[in-house]
Design a protein around this ligand. Sequence first.
Ligand code: GDP
Ligand code: ZN
Length: 313
Amino acid sequence: MKKSGTAIVVKHTGSHYLLSELPAWEPFAAVIRGKVRLAGSHATNPVAVGDRVDYHLESDDPEGMAVIDKIYPRSNYIIRRSVNLSRESHIIAANLDRVFLVVTIAFPEVKRAFVDRFLVTCEAYRIPVTLVVNKTDIRTEALEAETADFVALYRAAGYEVLEVSARTGEGVSQLKERCRGAVSLISGISGVGKSSLINAMDPSLSLRTGEISLSHLQGKHTTTFYEMHPLASGGFIIDTPGIRGFGLVDIQPEELSTYFPEMLRVMDDCRFKPCTHTHEPGCAVKQAVDDGRIAPERYNSYLGMLEEETKYR
Ligand code: GDP
Ligand code: ZN
């Protein structure tokens, strides 16, 4: 093993981290000592999976842990508010090339409000996001119609939407293609098939599936840990166990609409600037909703989020 180097954090276990000099996959243990912290960060965790760090080995002991000396600035990160509405936040992952949000139309039903909130977070942190509709092998007439609506709604908003089935393998090659040469995060509520999809992409990873989400069993002060997996077909994927949702951290009400791509496209034409797109005359966003160019579902999501953000300020 080398005496020092630069590596990526691939796992956080609570007591220590695992690092690997990607794209090589040779994880080794490391600790943080003292106050290594990225300037300006108020997160409860100083280092997250995906962080790029400098490390050194203190002794010649090959079993000894590496020590993390420095954290490089992040190109982006995903954050979650720690508990309740405290100011504390927890960084889930950093330096992501893409986020896959796995959803199911039924079994379980993923709420649109959750999807929209998640997409806003990705936009705010400038992380490309792909929606992955899983379990397309479950077919009923009603479900097929709802799936078609969902796909059309989010494609019209400007998002890439893939239809896949971890069970039959439909669409899995498209997923693998998007993972190549990149670090991606896979997210979504419990039961949508995240672990199954990772296994479908690379059966050698054999992640456990179908388990009760940890988040239901956990107390408020325990942490869930995030882990990066190497994919045999190329690229690295970060699994997010038991995620309930990401908080909207530090988003100003007046910038919220810029995180809805279909609103961003038209808001230049609003008469008033800034425009909240709620009551102002000559609002191009409201006009687009009336014309059917912006889906009312998405506009209502925006209004709901705007109200919440304003309330908690
Ligand atoms: P996770 O909580 O998001 O990681 O979801 P899991 O991968 O554990 O899957 C939850 C349940 O959905 C398990 O019982 C899986 O067998 C099932 N499942 C996952 N993908 C599919 C799929 O494409 N089709 C069907 N019918 N079931 C699936
Ligand atoms: Zn407006």
